[in-house]
Write a protein that binds this ligand. Sequence first.
Ligand code: UDP
Ligand code: MG
Length: 314
Amino acid sequence: MKLSLVIPCYNEEANIQPMYDLCCDVLSEAIPSFEMIFVNDGSTDGTWTALKALYEQDRRRVRLVDLSRNFGKEAAMYAGLQRATGDYVTIIDGDRQQHPSVVLQMVRFLEANPDYDCVAAYQDNRKEGAFTRLCKKGFYKLINAACETTFRADASDFRTFRQGMVQSILSMKEYHRFSKGLFSYVGYQVHYLPYTVQERVAGKTSWSFRKLCKYALEGIASFTTFPLKIATVVGSIMSLLSLLYMIVVVIQKLFFGIAISGYATIVVLILLIGGLQMIMLGIIGSYVARIYIQGKHRPVYIAREYLSGDPEEE
Ligand code: UDP
Ligand code: MG
């Protein structure tokens, strides 16, 4: 049995060697054959130098992919998954926040349960502000209501797949890769495993609240089309209301002789309708933009270098 660890790294210079040591300590006895595929996602610090040093140290187990710039964690994971050859493939962060002992648990579970194809870890003790938690809850409610696949709150990218499921994930060639969605879209039997996130010891997180919001919108636009239907709903309601109002105005005019009400009402209505139309155009625009980008068929990432320990492959 062979295990591949896919490890996306962005500015993790100080974490590379400790991460390698930790994985070897925990895994090498239980799983004799495992490889570590580090993907350097355009780091601006010494991550690549640290990785190359590691590669010289252990060519048998370490493989490196160097992306030509920062393409984001989604692209980095994709680059790693494409090169993973193990029967089991694990995605794990390079910052030591996810402990390799959980990987062992995942692999053991898959070995003991042939009916399952994936083990996904979720955080059982999330340390977040109340506001962020509320937003996340709202996001999962919304996306689960709008989407045919179910998204489990708190489930992370920290997962172990069987190779077959990896192939299914890779078969989806879209440019905007929203992994949480792709993982649940392909289906298969997934087991959820609670785990405790370790504190970050070195480097810093690349997530801010703004980035989280962007990520959430990305997910909604990638996996649902309900925003496009808002126009139909709002339009129908407004048409109905204006029909009722028309009847009121006609009755007022015919039976009570009251003149049509004035300037202010008209201006407010024009502005309101104009605003709503702009919002709808913006929503349609964001979907058109996706079609445009996808239509160019650009690669999800560009690899500058690949060190696989096998001169022919490189
Ligand atoms: N990461 C990456 N590319 C990016 C941002 C992050 O490959 O553009 C990697 C990062 O090095 C880490 C993992 O993705 O290994 C998770 O990132 P981070 O620790 O910032 O996220 P958090 O743990 O705070 O959710
Ligand atoms: Mg982290």
